[in-house]
Design a protein around this ligand. Structure first.
Ligand code: R5P
Length: 303
């Protein structure tokens, strides 16, 4: 049976990359379908599938940097693929949004991670993603009712550091980043430090001061899963510069990047800033699509 990749608008390059890796690791016939999309004058979405999905296992792939409008398009594509005879319809979301709203911090707040997971689980048969923000949830299975697989970013990030950064020390800016920072440091074979963070608001954080004793001469490399407002990374950059006397390399798995994020990082004195290619297909991004395709190829449908 053939596999068809359906790109949501804006995810065409990601779809081609995903297809290339999926072909290589599964040996299956994998096609990328052409999806035409436009907006009606009233703002509603028009979609047209130019290729057949009849009888195929379909992967809808979406770049969910702007999750609210883009998620609705994914649901339209999933429903259309089913109506047109797809044997299964799965979601490849290299960046899985809404994972940070995982608790009711204040009475009356929406725990949107649960609602988002319920909607996706109703529409799709499987889910594959790259390092979702698993903090209070130990796994996606706690909120997603469909088979899911997580592709790790650590192998690709560790390869990048090994090739580019002599004598690194990996630093996680907060407790949530510890899982990624420790994994990457173990693969690189370098020391690791993890700071602690208190979030005061959407754009305001306090971070503990790093200790540089015993790490003299090492190049600090900050690693976080998400760079959004960039306040976490920027605050850590200032502290690391003060402690190490070096501009840290900044690595984010997911380049959510609010409009002023890069300026905030530059103003803080960041060194090179690099992210994985879950939300950008820029050539300099760290490629995690091999891991994404492997996770997808190994993910069985529920019987
Ligand atoms: C949450 O703690 C995450 O691990 C990131 O540190 C956070 O999402 C970064 O957000 P921002 O860039 O807005 O500080």
């Amino acid at each position: 049976m053939s596999t068809v990749i359906l790109p949501a608008p804006g995810a065409e390059a990601a779809a081609e990359r995903f297809a290339t890796h999926l072909r290589a690791c599964s040996g299956d016939e994998v096609r990328v379908a052409r999806v035409e999309s436009r907006r009606f004058p009233d703002g509603e979405t028009y979609l047209l599938l130019h290729d057949s999905v009849d009888g195929a296992h379909v992967w809808v792939i979406g770049t969910l940097r702007d999750p609210d409008p883009q998620s609705l398009t994914l649901l339209f594509l999933a429903d259309t693929a089913r109506e047109l005879g797809a044997a299964s319809v799965s979601l490849a979301a290299p960046y899985l949004p809404y994972m940070r709203q995982d608790i009711r911090f204040h009475p009356g707040e929406a725990v949107t991670s649960r609602t988002f997971a319920r909607i996706v689980s109703q529409a799709f048969d499987r889910l594959v993603t790259v390092d979702p923000h698993l903090h209070r949830y130990p796994s996606l299975d706690v909120i997603y009712r469909i088979p899911s697989a997580v592709a790790p970013s650590a192998p690709a990030i560790a390869r990048w550091i090994t090739q580019r950064v002599p004598q690194p020390v990996v630093i996680g800016p907060d407790g949530e980043s510890e899982q990624w920072a420790r994994d990457v440091a173990a693969r690189v074979g370098c020391p690791v430090r993890v700071l602690t963070k208190t979030r005061l608001g959407d754009r305001s954080v306090e971070i503990s001061l790093p200790q540089a004793e015993g790490l003299e001469g090492r190049q600090p490399v900050l690693i976080d899963d998400i760079i959004s407002s960039a306040r976490t990374m920027a605050t850590a950059v200032r502290h690391v510069r003060a402690a190490f006397g070096e501009a840290p390399v900044c690595i984010g798995v997911h380049a959510v990047l609010a409009p002023d994020a890069m300026e905030v990082l530059q103003a803080a004195g960041a060194g090179e800033v690099v992210t994985c290619n879950t939300l950008t297909q820029a050539p300099e991004a760290i490629d995690v699509f091999g891991e994404l395709a492997q996770a997808a190829a190994g993910l069985a449908l529920r019987r």
